[in-house]
Design a protein around this ligand. Structure first.
Ligand code: PMP
Length: 392
C-alpha cells in the first residue's frame, strides 16, 4: 500500500476523527441502550408524508424534471423564501437573499470557517461544546479558547455559540447572556456564529429571542455580526441534509461562492420534497417531535432522580436531546463507560466536548435515540455501573 501521509495537505493533516463517531466501535452488550448518539429517533420521521410529497413531485413531468436538474447554488428559491418566513416569525427581519441553503448546518459551519478562519487564528467557543464544530475549527488550524475568558487584546476570527439547549449541556442562555454575546461580537469586531439546531425542540417555557434576533433589534441584518445556522435535521429528518445560514448578504454571497467549489448546490430532490412537505409550515412537524421527546426527557429526569440520587449533579433541560451529568472528581467517565457498556448502556464521556479533553468526570446522556420504555432501565444500569466502578 502506498504511504500517502507525507503528501497530505496541511488541511488534511489537521483533520481528526470525531470523538463521538469513533465510539461506535466500543464493545457492548447486545441489548445495549443507546444514550450516546445525539441522533433523532428514526421512527419519528414523516415517512408517509415524504413518500406522498416525492410521489407528487415525480408524477408531474415538469416538477420531476426540475427536481432532478441542477439548481441555484444558494438553494431552491421557494425553500429560501420559506426559511426567510420562518426566520421572520422568529423576530428576524430578513429576505430570501439573506438565506443560504446548505448540506446540513454542518456544511454552513464549515463554510463560515472557510470564510473567516486562517491557521493560528483564535476561535472562541463555549466549553464544553459540539465536537463536530471542534473538528471543523481544528481542521482550519484554529486555536480554541473559552468564550467566557475572552481577552480583549486578541481579535478572534470567530465566536461559536449555541443559545438553546446547548449540545452537550442542554442549557439555554438567558436573554441577558445572549445580549452579552452579541455585544461581545460587536466589541471584538468579529462574527458570531449561532448554531441553533434544537430550537424547535422546546418542551417548556417561552421561546427566547435568538442571537440574530437580538442583533437585528436595533440594526438591519446587513449590519449584524451574527450568522445564524438552522437545520431540518431535528424537525424533519437529518438524512435529507438540508440546513441553512441566515445573515448579512455579503456573508451569504461569500459562503455561496465557496459552496460552489464544494458541491455546486444543495440536493434538488431533497429541497423539492421539503417545499412540498412544508406547505402548511414547520409547526406540525415541530409539535410532533416536541411531544415525543418531551416524554423521553420526563422519563429520564425521573429515572435520574430515582436511580442516580446524590451520585452526581445535573439540570433538567427545557428542550433538545441532552442531560449533562457531573460526577464526583475521582470518576473518569471514559473508564466508567467500559463498565456501563458491559452492563448494556452507553453515553459520551465529557472529554469529547472540550478542546483540551478536560472534564473527565462529566458525561452526556442523550434521550433522543433510546425507546421511551427503555430509558429508565438504561439509567438504572448506569447507576449500577457507577457503583461497581466506584467500589473498585
Ligand atoms: N450543530 C450541532 C450543535 C449539532 O448537534 C448538529 C447535529 N448533531 C449539527 C450542528 C449538524 O446538523 P446538520 O444535520 O444540520 O448538519
Amino acid at each position: 500500500m502506498t504511504d500517502w501521509s507525507n503528501h497530505f495537505s496541511q488541511h488534511a493533516r489537521r483533520a481528526i476523527p470525531s470523538a463521538i463517531r469513533s465510539l461506535s466501535e466500543f464493545p457492548r452488550a447486545t441489548d445495549s441502550i443507546p444514550f450516546g448518539p445525539g441522533e433523532p429517533d428514526a421512527s419519528l420521521f414523516p415517512v408517509a408524508l415524504m413518500r406522498e410529497a416525492l410521489d407528487a413531485i415525480l408524477t408531474d413531468e415538469t416538477s420531476a424534471r426540475s427536481a432532478l436538474q441542477y439548481g441555484p447554488s444558494e438553494g431552491d428559491p421557494m425553500l429560501r423564501r420559506l426559511v426567510a418566513e420562518h426566520m421572520n416569525k422568529r423576530g428576524v427581519a430578513c429576505a430570501p437573499d439573506n438565506i443560504l441553503l446548505t448540506n446540513g448546518a454542518q456544511q454552513a459551519l464549515n463554510l463560515a470557517s472557510e470564510v473567516f478562519v486562517d491557521p493560528d487564528d483564535t476561535v472562541l467557543v463555549q466549553v464544553p461544546t459540539y465536537p463536530g464544530a471542534l473538528q471543523v475549527f481544528l481542521a482550519h488550524g484554529a486555536r480554541l479558547a473559552d468564550v467566557t475568558k475572552a481577552d480583549a487584546a486578541t481579535r478572534p476570527a470567530l465566536i461559536y455559540a449555541m443559545a438553546n439547549f446547548q449540545n452537550p449541556t442542554g442549557i439555554s442562555l438567558s436573554v441577558e447572556q445572549r445580549r452579552e454575546l452579541v455585544t461581545l461580537a460587536h466589541r471584538l469586531d468579529t462574527v458570531l456564529v449561532e448554531d441553533d439546531p434544537y430550537e424547535v425542540l422546546r418542551f417548556d417555557g417561552d421561546a427566547l429571542p435568538s442571537l440574530l434576533a437580538l442583533d437585528t433589534e436595533t440594526r438591519s441584518i446587513e449590519e449584524a455580526h451574527t450568522l445564524y445556522l438552522g437545520t431540518f435535521s431535528k424537525s424533519v429528518a437529518p438524512g435529507l441534509r438540508v440546513g441553512w445560514a441566515a445573515g448579512p448578504r455579503v456573508l451569504i454571497e461569500k459562503m455561496g461562492l465557496l459552496k460552489q467549489t464544494e458541491d455546486l448546490q444543495p440536493n434538488s430532490l431533497a429541497q423539492a420534497g421539503l417545499v412540498r412537505l412544508l406547505e402548511h409550515g414547520l409547526e406540525p412537524f415541530a409539535a410532533r417531535v416536541q411531544a415525543a421527546y418531551r416524554i423521553r426527557r420526563d422519563i429520564m429526569a425521573e429515572a435520574l432522580r430515582q436511580h442516580f440520587g446524590n451520585r452526581g449533579a445535573w439540570r433538567v433541560p427545557q428542550g433538545g436531546f441532552f442531560f449533562w451529568l457531573t460526577l464526583p472528581e475521582h470518576i473518569d467517565t471514559a473508564k466508567l463507560l467500559e463498565h456501563a457498556a458491559k452492563l448494556g448502556v452507553t453515553y459520551v464521556p465529557g472529554a469529547a466536548f472540550t478542546p483540551d479533553r478536560s472534564g473527565a468526570n462529566t458525561l452526556r446522556l442523550s434521550f433522543s435515540a433510546a425507546a421511551p420504555e427503555r430509558i429508565a432501565e438504561g439509567v438504572r444500569r448506569l447507576a449500577r455501573a457507577f457503583d461497581e466502578y466506584d467500589q473498585n
